[in-house]
Design a protein around this ligand. Structure first.
Ligand code: ADP
Ligand code: MG
Length: 137
């Protein structure tokens, strides 16, 4: 079993899409190992996305990520990291495959409804950024 870290971003929570997205999570065989709702502070969002700090969209992205509550998730499945990124679809919903979460729900390339770790190393960092081992069941 592999773990990945996911976020239901403010645009998804705000549009009452938590249930619809979690239905896809569970029906695609992921176990929800940890879950909580949070309102990120700007420093928390900046620390989480520090790998993107030189990107032109960093300011706007971190503002967006603390503009409303999010759902933080640890997901478990075989090859969870790749499987969750496949289920999310491409970063830009205009380029996302049919049937993916971002194709079906994202507003635009920034407000793209979900986050998913892109490597084992980043998944470990991102999980530990928000959850203690005792909260992951
Ligand atoms: P992903 O979330 O698919 O791993 P990235 O790690 O490249 O994508 O980017 C992190 C997040 O930053 C994206 O999910 C999206 O919310 C935002 N983002 C990425 N590229 C852009 C862009 N060109 N313009 C605005 N926001 C962007
Ligand atoms: Mg990424």
């Amino acid at each position: 079993m592999e773990r990945t870290f996911a976020i239901l971003k403010p645009d998804a929570v705000e549009r009452n899409l938590i249930g619809k997205i979690l239905e896809r999570v569970e029906s695609n065989g992921f176990k929800i190992a940890a879950m909580k709702k949070a309102l990120l502070t700007k420093p928390q969002a900046e620390g989480f996305y520090y790998v993107h700090k030189e990107r032109p969209f960093f300011g706007s992205l971190t503002e967006f990520m603390c503009s409303g509550p999010v759902i933080l998730l640890v997901l478990e499945k075989e090859n969870a990291i790749t499987a969750w990124r496949d289920l999310m679809g491409a970063t830009n919903p205009e380029e996302a495959d049919e049937g993916t979460i971002r194709k079906d729900f994202a507003v635009n390339i920034e407000k793209n409804s979900t986050h998913g770790s892109d490597s084992a190393e980043n998944a470990a960092f991102e999980i530990s950024y928000f959850f203690s081992e005792l909260e992951i069941l």
